[in-house]
Write a protein that binds this ligand. Structure first.
Ligand code: HEM
Ligand code: FES
Length: 773
């Protein structure tokens, strides 16, 4: 696209032409205001129209392209070269000449730090300064965070009413940050004024008069940062990350430059505490407004790490971040010119239904909350994320244990208007001190639960459900209806979604096959005597009224609802996600056909419902009746642009892969319902080296270890779900080396390309070295 072509888009709507067109979508884009109105009230909700109708749009008021869908935001974060972070700390509202004069007077020269540095300088610097942030090196700070939190709580525990922000959530993160950085702890009040000034200066829309006042604060902050550096230089043996930075500046001045040190000193004070204070304030507001979640945590504190993650997803403190294109680029369906400025709205992506089931619902049992974008993603992903998590977990653990009867006071919440940093200025809470549990049990003041530093473990996440009905679906297939154990509504789910039953030693995944509007979850489970025991256990032990634990729902087999036609093919028990897809397509009024293959009608689950709900669209191929699906004819008859979805045995999927090999990319979608044995036999496997380009590490993967295990052990968050090569969530980009692909996610063509791999099961071929992004 030429510059001229792409620049026409801003004033109009790609679908409805140039403004003024009367097109409501275009009008929404033109009305978008990042500093007031709906975006300031609730950024995710304010962009719902965009996620649904125009996921990338130009905002004339802001002069930025706004990106609102999860996958698009992630794609932008992923490519730090094409989408440079160089504008991340740029003043979003340009300085007035008067303000510039003031700043000049202070010698203000804020420049590249880490977060706004381009490659290759960024990665070199990040690697040189990463050590202090590794989970093992952060453990020692837990005690300090605990101590500071308790000091603050002791001071207000008998008050009965307090503003949590002023009483604790502001100062503790600031003290922790100063301690971690090794910055002397004086002048906290001054730092608070400075930080607010820096935020408004960078992400806000000050009036011309405010610009001057803020410029003075920012200028003083700059001078102050310079003084701190000088003071710290007097202590060459000092501990803390900024001391380390100053030493590295002396050792490798080309990598850790003087300009970097001064700019970073100013930026990190905000990065390290403002982010965490606001996130913690959001967390308490959210949890106390969702009382059931708060009560569940009080009853079971092991839920805390995931609850924190869900708070970061649902109400994160960084709601939008920036990037700038270094060449013409494409995001989603939109071509952008070189130099285009992007506002990527994580708060919107974090509630995108295309990635998070029932995304606008707050759900502390959500098992992919960790996929949120609040810490960014890719090579610039927040280095301090595990410090933020640690603080939020300790706040929540202490508060739920010592003040479970806490409630939110009546109040109107206020926020500092800006594009990116979000959290209430105050969170007033109340409680009756006479009911403090430690009045009767003084030991509660000193109890504590330990959470290892790092991402939450999926093992701890599971909601309690009750078996409302057990029925015989077909020969060898049992049907279950599950309801929330406390009678609450279960999260909504989309066609193709599955849940994971957490049984005695067996975690098994099953697709949801009930009607989408039903209050419970329906599953159909085939007894597999040769399997690993999960289905046998369910058939033999699960009875009406029993309580079970369940993870999800998650969806890794999504339906492209935009396709003009769909052919759905199920083999045996593979009907479960397929029936949900058929229900959805029927509701949408789209053309579809179902081909359901099985041994005999008696063994085919859900036939009655299929016949009742989808009669005209259903083709049953039962072997005993001599009817076999002619897959070649089905594929040949696929209308142009049509898509095929299949869930069934491996041979069926392989056959369809062959038959669709010439069709356009994205025609064929499949889900396996069984995995090969993924156990690793060290006798037969090789150990090998993996180089991780983005984090600058080289890891040794032992013969009995997966790449995923090795990466997680090094403190890097990689999403994972099934851990058996079925779901695709642990995918990484391969840069060099031959891969022995053992997953069931990649198509044959994708394997041959050798550009992606699933870390939970695939390995380096013959023990060779591989390089991943
Ligand atoms: C970068 C958010 C806490 C240090 C970032 C980025 C975000 C972010 C959005 C940019 C990511 C990207 O461009 O992909 C947060 C949130 C926090 C938090 C929400 C708390 C809840 C902290 C803490 C520290 C810290 C406590 C340090 C003690 C950094 C640094 C970077 C960064 C050094 C730059 C990394 C790079 O560019 O390579 N953070 N942060 N953050 N954060 Fe945080
Ligand atoms: Fe599911 Fe790797 S975790 S494919």
């Amino acid at each position: 696209k030429t510059q001229q072509q792409t620049q026409q888009i801003p004033s109009g709507c790609p679908m409805h032409g140039a403004a003024p067109s009367g097109c409501p979508v275009t009008q929404m884009a033109e009305a978008f205001d990042a500093f007031e109105g709906p975006y300031q009230l609730d950024p995710a909700e304010a962009l719902r129209w965009s996620r649904d109708q125009l996921p990338i749009f130009y905002s004339p008021k802001l002069g930025y392209w706004v990106v609102s869908r999860y996958e698009d935001i992630k794609a932008v974060f992923r490519d730090g070269i094409l989408f440079s972070p160089r504008n991340v700390l740029e003043k979003i509202t340009p300085a007035t000449p008067e303000a510039m004069e003031v700043l000049k007077g202070y010698g203000y020269a804020m420049n590249r730090t880490m977060v706004n540095e381009d490659e290759p300088a960024h990665m070199e610097r990040r690697r040189a300064l990463m050590d202090h942030f590794i989970p093992a090196n952060l453990e020692k700070h837990q005690e300090m965070v605990r101590r500071l939190t308790r000091e603050k709580m002791d001071a207000f525990i008998n008050e009965g009413r307090v503003d949590l922000v002023d009483a604790m959530l502001y100062e503790v993160p600031l003290n922790v940050a100063l301690h971690f950085l090794g910055v002397p702890e004086d002048e906290i009040a001054v730092l608070r004024t400075f930080s607010v000034a820096h935020s408004v200066n960078t992400w806000g829309k000050p009036t011309d008069d405010q610009q001057v006042a803020i410029a003075h604060d920012v200028g003083q902050f700059w001078a102050y940062a310079g003084k701190i550096i000088e003071k710290m230089k007097q202590e060459p043996e000092g501990t803390g990350w900024m001391h380390e930075t100053i030493r590295k500046n002396a050792e490798m001045p080309d990598v850790v430059t003087d300009s970097y040190v001064h700019s970073m000193m100013m930026a990190i004070i905000v990065a390290a505490h403002e982010t965490t204070s606001l996130a913690s304030a959001n967390m308490f507001k959210t949890l106390l407004s969702n009382r059931e979640a708060w009560d569940d945590i009080c009853a079971d504190p092991s839920l805390i790490p995931n609850a924190v993650e869900e708070c970061l997803r649902y109400a994160g403190s960084i709601v939008a971040w920036r990037r700038q294109t270094t060449a013409p680029a494409r995001v989603g369906d939109v071509d952008l010119p070189e130099g285009a400025k992007l506002l990527i709205v994580q708060a919107s992506g974090n509630q995108d239904e295309r990635h998070f089931e029932d995304g606008d619902k707050f759900d502390i049992y959500r098992d992919n909350a960790i996929d949120h974008l609040t810490f960014g993603y890719g090579s610039h992903q927040c280095m301090g994320k595990n410090i933020g998590r640690m603080e939020m977990r300790i706040f929540l653990e202490e508060m739920t244990r010592r003040l479970p009867h806490l409630r939110l006071a009546e109040q109107a919440f206020t926020y500092l208007p800006n594009t990116s940093f979000r959290g209430p200025d105050h969170v007033w809470v109340e409680w009756d001190p006479a009911l403090n549990p430690e009045n009767e049990h003084p030991e509660l003041a000193h109890d504590q639960l330990y959470f290892p530093v790092g991402a939450p473990s999926r093992r701890d996440i599971a909601r309690k459900v009750r078996v409302a009905q057990v029925r015989q679906e077909a020969e060898g297939i049992v049907g279950l209806t599950l309801e929330d154990a406390k009678g609450r509504p279960l999260p909504r789910w989309s066609a193709g979604a599955h849940v994971e039953l957490v049984l005695d030693g067996y975690d098994r995944k099953y697709s949801l096959c009930g009607r989408a509007d039903a209050s419970g979850y329906d599953l159909a489970i085939l007894r597999e005597d040769a399997g690993r025991g999960g289905s046998r256990y369910i058939h033999d032990h699960v009875r009406d009224g029993m309580e079970l634990r369940l993870r999800g729902p998650s969806n890794l087999f999504r339906l492209d609802e935009e396709a003009p036609a769909h052919v759905l093919i199920a083999g045996g028990i593979g009907i479960t996600p397929i029936i949900a897809m058929a229900d959805r397509l029927k509701a949408l009024g789209k053309p579809y056909a179902i081909h359901y293959c099985g041994r005999s009608r008696a063994t085919m689950a859900l036939l009655c419902r299929l016949e009742a709900d989808h009669g005209d669209h259903l083709h049953v191929h039962s072997k005993d009746d001599g009817s076999r699906a002619d897959l070649a004819a089905i594929v040949a008859a696929l209308p142009e642009g049509g898509q095929i979805y299949c869930c069934g045995p491996e041979r069926m999927i392989t056959a369809l892969e062959d038959l669709t090999a010439d069709k356009p990319e994205g025609t064929f979608h499949f889900e396996h319902f069984s995995a090969h044995d993924t156990g690793l036999d060290p006798e037969k496997e090789h150990s090998f080296e993996v180089e991780l380009k983005d984090s600058g590490m080289t890891l040794q993967v032992a013969a009995d270890q997966t790449v995923l295990d090795a990466i997680l052990a090094a403190g890097i968050d990689v999403a994972s779900d099934c851990c058996e090569g079925l779901c695709g969530s642990c995918e990484v980009t391969v840069l060099e080396g031959d891969i022995d692909h053992r997953d069931m996610v990649l198509t044959r063509g994708e394997r041959a390309e050798n550009r992606r791999m699933m870390t939970c099961c695939s390995r380096a071929k013959n023990g060779g070295r591989i390089k991943l992004a």
